[in-house]
Write a protein that binds this ligand. Structure first.
Ligand SMILES: Cc1ncc(COP(=O)(O)O)c(C=O)c1O
Length: 354
């Protein structure tokens, strides 16, 4: 194994540089977080270990939503653990991985730490940040083992069309590649990668769309053999998830329709506020969000987006994510999945800094 992974820049910005210094959070990438009241946990719940794969009723609910066998589902500490376990049990020295940039740093740091080589496909703004399939094809090598995607994408907000997914599936099939999609922002599980590409894997969780990041509840879906290996790896890391959080997670999924409706209403209203505000600030461009609760705002090359985000934090106690933390420049990720009054105050602060 090579040296330890480098500093996780997005987490460093949030937890080390910004934590405690903001009152207005337009930076965290999920919808405004929710509270425990209303989920009404059963008081008599036994706080035993959960099964290593997760409680059966929870896995059955997910299996129904994804139309897969419950044996293909592993409950994890957020999507983050699902991805980690999958990389650890899929990759090793000599393997090659292709992923996208700007992106989620875990998708290159952990494969590299495991000894794999990583190539990047840049999501180009002049092409609406869609995936350049020709470039993807050019990057496939003899030792390419895994394609790592995250669509709808953090931070750009872009998604792939049906046609583009079909081409990815054909490519994976022709070259015998494994594919995983980080589906944190997917609402309709019937369009998960696991439905589109046989043998593929996906992760998701309750952090972003449902607003429960503090439950640390996510899942990995993969073929039965891969799931078994990942489950064994989990026994060496967290053993199992919290039985209390699994209990609460099941309650969230049982009321999924209500949560999704609230998510759609809040993001629709928030995006309308953002779009109404933008024309007065022509220095900013917006990449049209395709299903994410945040937008990727571009600034001209003369503007240092990291410095802009720092001023917003230190002078106005407002959090946004500079593109730099995703391996990009001249961009800000701003979350509009917020109550209108909070969003407007955050935008006013940004206007002052601009
Ligand atoms: C693209 C992406 N993947 C994974 C994660 C991890 O989230 P969690 O472990 O809370 O599900 C995040 C969180 O911001 C994310 O944006």
């Amino acid at each position: 194994m090579k040296n330890r992974p480098s500093e996780f820049t997005v987490q460093h910005w949030l937890f080390t540089e910004a934590m405690g210094k903001f009152d207005l959070d337009l930076g965290e990438s999920g919808i405004q977080c929710r509270r425990l009241n209303g989920l009404r946990p059963e008081q008599a719940l036994a706080l035993d270990y959960a099964p290593d794969r997760g409680q059966t009723p929870l896995r059955e609910v997910l299996a129904g939503l994804y139309q897969v066998d419950p044996a293909q589902i592993l409950i994890t500490h957020g999507a983050q653990e699902g991805l980690f376990l999958f990389y650890c049990t899929t990759l090793g020295p000599g393997d090659h991985v292709v992923t996208t940039l700007p992106g989620w740093q875990q998708s290159w740091e952990i494969p590299r730490w495991l000894g794999a080589e990583v190539s990047f496909i840049r999501l180009r703004r002049d092409r609406g940040c869609s995936l350049d399939l020709a470039e993807l094809r050019r990057n496939i090598r003899k030792n390419t083992k895994l394609l790592v995607f995250n669509f709808p994408n953090n931070p750009t907000g872009c998604d792939l069309s049906e046609e583009e997914w079909r081409e990815v599936a054909a490519l994976a099939n022709t070259h015998g590649l494994r594919v995983i999609n980080d589906e944190e922002y997917l609402c309709d599980y019937s369009s998960s990668l696991v439905q589109r590409v046989p043998g593929s894997a996906a992760v998701s969780g309750l952090s972003k769309v449902y607003g429960f990041p503090g439950l640390r509840l996510g899942w990995l879906i993969a073929d039965i053999a891969a799931l078994g290996t990942a489950t064994n790896m989990k026994r060496y890391t967290t053993i199992c998830n919290s039985s209390l959080c699994e209990h609460l997670g099941r309650k969230v999924l049982e009321r999924r329709a209500t949560f999704l409706e609230a998510y759609r209403a809040m993001t629709r209203a928030g995006l309308a506020i953002l779009k109404a505000w933008l024309p007065a600030h022509p220095v900013l461009g917006l990449l049209e969000p395709q299903g994410t609760p945040f937008g990727y705002l571009t600034v001209p090359p003369s503007v240092d987006s990291a410095a802009l985000a720092k001023r917003l934090l230190h002078e106005h106690r407002t959090l946004v994510m500079p593109g730099e933390v995703f391996g990009d420049v001249h961009a800000l990720r701003l979350t509009f999945g917020r109550p209108p009054a909070l969003l407007r105050r955050g935008l006013q602060a940004l206007a002052r800094v601009l």
